[in-house]
Design a protein around this ligand. Structure first.
Ligand code: DQA
Length: 143
Protein backbone atom coordinates (compact mmCIF):
# COMPACT_ATOMS: atom_id res chain seq x y z
CA UNK A 1 0.00 0.00 0.00
CA UNK A 2 1.44 3.35 -1.07
CA UNK A 3 0.60 6.70 0.48
CA UNK A 4 0.06 9.43 -2.09
CA UNK A 5 -0.85 13.08 -1.55
CA UNK A 6 -2.87 14.93 -4.17
CA UNK A 7 -1.97 18.58 -3.65
CA UNK A 8 -3.87 21.38 -5.38
CA UNK A 9 -2.93 25.04 -5.33
CA UNK A 10 -4.83 28.31 -5.79
CA UNK A 11 -8.25 28.52 -7.44
CA UNK A 12 -8.46 24.75 -7.91
CA UNK A 13 -11.10 24.67 -5.15
CA UNK A 14 -13.37 26.19 -7.82
CA UNK A 15 -13.02 23.31 -10.29
CA UNK A 16 -16.41 22.64 -11.86
CA UNK A 17 -17.38 26.31 -11.58
CA UNK A 18 -14.21 27.99 -12.81
CA UNK A 19 -13.81 28.47 -16.59
CA UNK A 20 -15.48 25.12 -17.40
CA UNK A 21 -14.45 25.39 -21.06
CA UNK A 22 -10.81 25.18 -19.89
CA UNK A 23 -11.02 23.04 -16.74
CA UNK A 24 -14.22 20.97 -17.18
CA UNK A 25 -17.43 20.88 -15.18
CA UNK A 26 -16.62 18.29 -12.49
CA UNK A 27 -15.71 19.38 -8.96
CA UNK A 28 -12.44 18.03 -7.61
CA UNK A 29 -14.15 16.52 -4.55
CA UNK A 30 -16.33 14.49 -6.91
CA UNK A 31 -13.36 13.45 -9.08
CA UNK A 32 -11.30 12.59 -5.99
CA UNK A 33 -13.93 10.06 -4.87
CA UNK A 34 -13.66 8.38 -8.30
CA UNK A 35 -9.85 8.42 -8.03
CA UNK A 36 -9.96 6.72 -4.61
CA UNK A 37 -12.28 4.05 -6.06
CA UNK A 38 -9.69 3.36 -8.79
CA UNK A 39 -6.90 2.81 -6.25
CA UNK A 40 -8.52 0.97 -3.38
CA UNK A 41 -5.24 -0.84 -2.55
CA UNK A 42 -3.56 2.50 -1.86
CA UNK A 43 -4.05 5.47 0.43
CA UNK A 44 -4.83 8.70 -1.41
CA UNK A 45 -5.01 11.92 0.61
CA UNK A 46 -6.25 15.27 -0.77
CA UNK A 47 -5.24 18.78 0.30
CA UNK A 48 -5.96 22.11 -1.38
CA UNK A 49 -4.88 25.60 -0.44
CA UNK A 50 -4.94 29.04 -2.00
CA UNK A 51 -1.92 30.03 0.14
CA UNK A 52 1.67 29.48 -0.96
CA UNK A 53 2.99 28.97 2.59
CA UNK A 54 0.34 26.35 3.38
CA UNK A 55 1.47 24.41 0.29
CA UNK A 56 5.11 24.66 1.43
CA UNK A 57 4.07 23.43 4.91
CA UNK A 58 2.18 20.46 3.43
CA UNK A 59 5.16 19.46 1.25
CA UNK A 60 7.38 19.52 4.37
CA UNK A 61 4.80 17.58 6.40
CA UNK A 62 4.46 14.61 4.04
CA UNK A 63 7.70 14.86 2.09
CA UNK A 64 9.71 12.43 4.23
CA UNK A 65 7.04 9.78 4.81
CA UNK A 66 4.69 9.55 1.81
CA UNK A 67 5.54 7.54 -1.32
CA UNK A 68 4.51 10.21 -3.81
CA UNK A 69 2.96 13.62 -4.32
CA UNK A 70 0.81 14.69 -7.29
CA UNK A 71 1.04 18.46 -7.39
CA UNK A 72 -0.98 20.97 -9.39
CA UNK A 73 0.39 24.27 -8.09
CA UNK A 74 -1.94 26.33 -10.31
CA UNK A 75 -0.58 29.81 -11.02
CA UNK A 76 2.22 29.36 -8.41
CA UNK A 77 3.79 26.99 -10.95
CA UNK A 78 4.83 30.03 -12.94
CA UNK A 79 5.94 32.24 -10.04
CA UNK A 80 7.09 30.31 -6.98
CA UNK A 81 10.75 29.79 -6.12
CA UNK A 82 9.58 28.85 -2.59
CA UNK A 83 7.59 25.86 -3.88
CA UNK A 84 10.49 24.78 -6.12
CA UNK A 85 12.82 24.93 -3.11
CA UNK A 86 10.34 22.91 -1.01
CA UNK A 87 10.15 20.18 -3.67
CA UNK A 88 13.96 20.10 -3.87
CA UNK A 89 14.19 19.87 -0.06
CA UNK A 90 11.99 16.81 0.42
CA UNK A 91 12.61 13.12 -0.38
CA UNK A 92 9.20 12.11 -1.73
CA UNK A 93 8.98 12.23 -5.55
CA UNK A 94 6.62 14.87 -6.96
CA UNK A 95 4.73 14.66 -10.26
CA UNK A 96 3.60 18.01 -11.65
CA UNK A 97 0.12 18.00 -13.18
CA UNK A 98 -1.79 20.59 -15.18
CA UNK A 99 -5.36 20.03 -16.29
CA UNK A 100 -5.02 22.29 -19.33
CA UNK A 101 -2.23 22.17 -21.89
CA UNK A 102 -0.35 25.18 -20.55
CA UNK A 103 1.84 25.25 -23.68
CA UNK A 104 -1.17 26.07 -25.87
CA UNK A 105 -2.06 29.01 -23.64
CA UNK A 106 -0.56 32.40 -22.77
CA UNK A 107 3.25 32.68 -22.84
CA UNK A 108 3.42 33.32 -19.07
CA UNK A 109 2.10 29.78 -18.52
CA UNK A 110 4.90 28.17 -20.54
CA UNK A 111 7.53 28.44 -17.81
CA UNK A 112 7.42 26.29 -14.69
CA UNK A 113 9.75 26.73 -11.72
CA UNK A 114 8.73 23.23 -10.62
CA UNK A 115 9.32 21.08 -13.72
CA UNK A 116 13.13 20.80 -13.45
CA UNK A 117 12.96 19.28 -9.97
CA UNK A 118 9.84 17.13 -10.42
CA UNK A 119 10.05 13.41 -11.22
CA UNK A 120 7.73 13.91 -14.21
CA UNK A 121 5.10 16.17 -15.72
CA UNK A 122 1.60 15.44 -17.04
CA UNK A 123 -0.06 18.28 -18.91
CA UNK A 124 -3.23 18.75 -20.92
CA UNK A 125 -5.25 15.58 -20.26
CA UNK A 126 -7.87 17.13 -18.02
CA UNK A 127 -8.57 15.56 -14.62
CA UNK A 128 -7.36 12.23 -16.07
CA UNK A 129 -3.84 13.63 -15.53
CA UNK A 130 -4.16 13.00 -11.77
CA UNK A 131 -4.98 9.34 -12.43
CA UNK A 132 -1.98 9.03 -14.76
CA UNK A 133 0.29 10.66 -12.19
CA UNK A 134 -0.88 8.36 -9.37
CA UNK A 135 -0.31 5.35 -11.64
CA UNK A 136 3.22 6.56 -12.48
CA UNK A 137 4.07 7.00 -8.79
CA UNK A 138 2.67 3.57 -7.84
CA UNK A 139 4.64 1.89 -10.63
CA UNK A 140 7.87 3.78 -9.91
CA UNK A 141 10.59 1.29 -8.89
CA UNK A 142 11.97 3.30 -5.97
CA UNK A 143 8.83 4.62 -4.33
C1 DQA B 1 -3.32 25.00 -14.21
C2 DQA B 1 -2.64 25.91 -15.25
C3 DQA B 1 -2.15 27.20 -14.59
O1 DQA B 1 -1.53 28.03 -15.55
C4 DQA B 1 -3.32 27.95 -13.98
O2 DQA B 1 -2.85 29.11 -13.31
C5 DQA B 1 -4.13 27.10 -13.07
C6 DQA B 1 -4.45 25.73 -13.49
C7 DQA B 1 -3.92 23.75 -14.86
O3 DQA B 1 -4.19 22.80 -14.14
O4 DQA B 1 -4.13 23.71 -16.08
O5 DQA B 1 -4.62 27.55 -12.04
O6 DQA B 1 -2.35 24.57 -13.27
Amino acid sequence: MKKILILNGPNLNLLGKREPDVYGSQSFEDYFRELQMSFTDHSLVYFQSNHEGALVDKLHEVGFSFDGIVFNAGAYTHTSVALADAIAAIETPVVEVHISNVHRREAFRHHSYLSPICAGIIVGFGLKGYDLAVRALIDAPNS
